[in-house]
Design a protein around this ligand. Structure first.
Ligand SMILES: [Ca+2]
Ligand SMILES: [Ca+2]
Length: 195
């Protein structure tokens, strides 16, 4: 009996919440929603003084209009020749004039970026069906020294069961959060057929 009462009460409660939360009880059309910007890469991001700042960009979508990334307007104030904190501002507007804005913070610091060096050849040929064997890489940072152990190797795109050209990506950051320029290795999977 208590169970049934509880059940009825909880149902009633849910009903009250639903009614209280819905500002348009009659099935009015969903209001057109604002676009949404998604910043790619780190935010905030730390870059070395006098280095080249390459912005990782952003994407924009609108629930009614889909992908509107190509309409993003970027204002990039980053000056890597001067220490400081800068911003990259992304703004997008949808077809009915609703806009969205996101801001990335970029810290330019007096600290150098690490450098990645590949071990082994930069182009590796793998016979179809054979495993890809990783040669590895080393990373050196002027402030931190050898940070090879921190390299993140992404070979997830390599499929040696299909003939083709693939890439392995090598990335590392120093203790200040400064990323090395990404290094790639080309993996060529070739057919073993003989003619
Ligand atoms: Ca919309
Ligand atoms: Ca460093």
């Amino acid at each position: 009996m208590n169970k049934i009462l509880n059940y009825l009460l909880s149902g009633f409660f849910v009903y009250i919440v639903v009614v209280a939360c819905s500002d348009s009880p009659e099935s009015a059309p969903e209001p057109d929603r604002k676009p949404v910007i998604t910043i790619l890469g780190d935010n905030p991001v730390t870059v070395a003084l006098n280095s080249e700042y390459i912005d990782a960009g952003a994407t924009a979508s609108d629930s009614e209009e889909g992908d509107i990334t190509n309409r993003i307007v970027v204002v990039n104030s980053v000056n890597t020749s001067e220490l400081g904190t800068y911003t990259v501002t992304y703004t997008v507007e949808n077809n009915i004039g609703q806009s969205a804005t996101e801001v990335r913070t970029v810290n330019v610091v007096n600290n150098s970026a690490p450098v990645i060096t590949l071990e082994g050849p930069s182009i590796v040929t793998v016979p179809l069906g054979e495993p890809y064997v990783e040669f590895g890489a080393t990373a050196y940072d002027a402030e931190d020294g050898d940070i090879s152990a921190n390299i993140v190797i992404d070979s997830s795109g390599v499929d040696t069961s299909v003939v083709g050209n693939y890439y392995v990506y090598y990335n590392v950051k120093d203790s200040s959060g400064i990323a090395a320029q990404e290094v790639t290795r080309d993996v060529v999977v070739t057919s073993t057929e003989l003619f």
